[in-house]
Design a protein around this ligand. Sequence first.
Ligand SMILES: C[S@@+](CC[C@H](N)C(=O)[O-])C[C@H]1O[C@@H](n2cnc3c(N)ncnc32)[C@H](O)[C@@H]1O
Length: 241
Amino acid sequence: MGISFIIFSRRLVRFMNHHVTDSESDWFVYEQKTLDKKIKAVLKDQVEKYGSYSYFYGHPYQSLGILGVYGERSTEERFECYELRDIIKHDDRLLDIGCNCGFMAVYTAFRTGCRANGIDINPYMTRIGELCADYLRLSDRVNLEAIKIHDFKPDEIYTVVFSFATHWTDDENYRVPLREHFERLAGYLDNGGLLVFESHANDVGDEEFYATIDSIGDIFSLQSKKDTDQATRHLYLFRKV
Ligand SMILES: C[S@@+](CC[C@H](N)C(=O)[O-])C[C@H]1O[C@@H](n2cnc3c(N)ncnc32)[C@H](O)[C@@H]1O
């Protein structure tokens, strides 16, 4: 009886307020449930069909708080911590490699107005990113592609590349010498372009990792370095020389 009364009152309020809502301007509220359902369906498909290792128990590696998408690492927190609002300009062309859902690219495009592409081997993650980019009305500026890094042949040169926790991967789908990874990234970038590079936690304290970073001065000049994630990772900003 009580529950029926609550349901009835909510419906009544919704009905009475119908004239002040507008399907054009209030899409952000109306479409959220549909987005949730679509994302759940993609995750279910991943569990059933994806043959490779899935991060974070089959959830996205990244979360996107503004759309209520649950994941292991907060996109908004990383955006603030990496100071991307100051680094990325609205006329930048950004490439995010091993982008997972591409949320770092999507959210950076959303906040700065730049154009952004992302690639990842996992088609379920890029599909979720596409759904969110559509939802945020970013489809004309954001493009996500399910492809292996090795197979990716960019048809444009970028002004910024993100390489976040992707220079080797836990799923073992990408394992190359670190120098080779930096050379590949340099190939995507315009001269003077920026590389924003995030280490893994396992790299911290690893002498071989630091020796490679110190030896890439012929391709990248180091602009800044900071510790992130309570000093469990490093974030580097390089400029292509
Ligand atoms: C640790 S996650 C990092 C995701 C994202 N860069 C971030 O920091 O939020 C590594 C990502 O690399 C992707 N990946 C693994 N091997 C790949 C390959 N050969 N080509 C493209 N993506 C790959 C995985 O699917 C996963 O999304």
